[in-house]
Write a protein that binds this ligand. Structure first.
Ligand code: ATP
Length: 134
């Protein structure tokens, strides 16, 4: 997912270029505006964290681009490509990562990636009920 800061910062084309260059296939995509309930449900695992209200405000601040990416080892390869959660850290430790390119800090980090195949399955179903992941 390209988060609101990535979309509004006009990073979509560059991120897609990186995706294609890394041999991912973009199976589905959808530009959508998350409402409070949807953003809260998507990040439900973080609902008890102190940053959760700010996270929901951030995720509802503008449109997001949700994509289903296909490739062998897609989950780990995408996590590698986006870099660590904290974009400030990414700029130092992973300067060529997507979060180093367009993230700002530990919250505004430009992109999301599923952290396991099971969360990828959940998240794909969350947005695209008709896509079967495997
Ligand atoms: P994502 O799930 O979005 O790919 P991640 O797996 O790298 O990110 P998580 O720990 O799952 O990181 O946190 C989810 C999101 O919550 C982060 O991407 C970030 O936007 C926000 N977040 C995480 N930690 C903090 C923090 N300490 N302060 C503010 N926001 C945070």
């Amino acid at each position: 997912m390209i988060k609101p800061d990535g979309v509004s910062g006009n990073y979509t084309d560059e991120i897609k270029r990186i995706i294609v260059e890394a041999s991912f296939n973009i199976v589905k995509e959808m530009l959508t505006q998350l409402d409070k309930d949807t953003a809260s449900a998507f990040y439900d695992e973080h609902s008890s964290r102190s940053f959760f209200p700010d996270l929901v405000t951030y995720m509802t601040s503008g449109p997001v681009l949700v994509m289903v990416l296909e490739k062998r080892n897609a989950v780990s390869d995408w996590r590698g490509l986006i870099g660590p959660t904290d974009a400030q850290r990414a700029k130092i430790s992973h300067p060529h990562s997507i979060r180093a390119l367009c993230g700002k800090n530990s919250q505004k980090n430009c992109v999301h990636g599923s952290d396991s195949t099971s969360s990828a399955e959940r998240e794909i179903k969350f947005f695209f009920k008709d896509v079967v992941s495997g």
